[in-house]
Design a protein around this ligand. Sequence first.
Ligand SMILES: *[C@@H]1O[C@H](CO)[C@@H](O)[C@H](O)[C@H]1NC(C)=O
Ligand SMILES: *[C@@H]1O[C@H](CO)[C@@H](O)[C@H](O)[C@H]1NC(C)=O
Length: 338
Amino acid sequence: MPTSLMFFTLISCLLALGQASLPLVINTWSFKNATAAAWAVLQSGGSVLDAVEAGCDCCQKEQCDGSVGYGGSPDESGETTLDAMIMNGNTMEVGAVADLRRIKNAIGVARAVMERTEHTMLVAESATVFAENMGFIAEDLTTVKSLNIFTQWLKGNCQPNYRKNVCPNPSESCPPYKPQGKLGPKKHLPTNIHSHDTIGMIAFDQYGHVAAGTSTNGRTHKVPGRVGDSPIVGAGAYADSSAGAAAATGDGDIMMRFLPSYLAVELMRAGTDPSAACKMAISRIKRHYVGFFGAIICANTTGHYGAACNKVPGFLQFHYMVSNGESDEPLLKSVDCF
Ligand SMILES: *[C@@H]1O[C@H](CO)[C@@H](O)[C@H](O)[C@H]1NC(C)=O
Ligand SMILES: *[C@@H]1O[C@H](CO)[C@@H](O)[C@H](O)[C@H]1NC(C)=O
């Protein structure tokens, strides 16, 4: 082999190695500060759970895209409510909260559910009481911005909304509604691709121990009580240190019906490449909902990772962040939707 070719091969191998190494932090969307926060925790000897919690909490505090944390996605009554989960891929323990009210740090409460109860998920007002007992501070999650979104919506006759088969006609009128006698044809709202950019995060340490987590404030103008895919195990995220981890984002009402994160992890367990596993999880949903908005990130135990997304108008490429020591800064990655 000529020296130049040998050199080229060596560099290629190094690059290939560089693309898959542990530790690894990967998260949905271009939420770079979250990646950096999680990576810093790993670098200072923190656990993968600490990393995921810190990363998601960073987004909660920065109100990433208005879709994470307080002051975003007001529901039909104007209130912001939060969903979050965290999963330990070594022990398969999970903590989750859904429809959490008046507490900013949803991922922190999720972790408390995992570590300070034998349960997996707490919801709504009772989750708030639990959180307060555990030392979290209750406060109003409404901001000028979320109040503004809400009042504009009221002014516009409460459009859009997620109601169907009710009267008065939900495409013209505000709540309250009553059931309408006859069920009409299937309705699917045009997707607003900017209204549900959940953070989903995966962190591996150098030994291949993995944790995953999510945090979101759900969908703007949701029906009060609505819970999306983010806090649902296997839907919003899944982690198993013997196989890999995945986290999903997008139209949670549809995606949660297919447990895409669980599916992707099981595919990786069977030896499927992470990018292919991500694609197959998206394809499964596509079979039933061609126009759904969604994306997923996948990583296996050797630190190989990938992502996939469903191509719909206005969503041709999905961005996600990676830190694995390849560079000092978290790297912005993208994948073309299919
Ligand atoms: C990320 O962190 C930097 C430095 O602290 C800050 O200036 C910037 O506003 C943050 N980005 C977001 C989106 O909050
Ligand atoms: C992870 O995925 C890569 C790329 O497909 C593959 O080469 C590697 O063997 C996988 N690791 C495991 C533990 O399956």
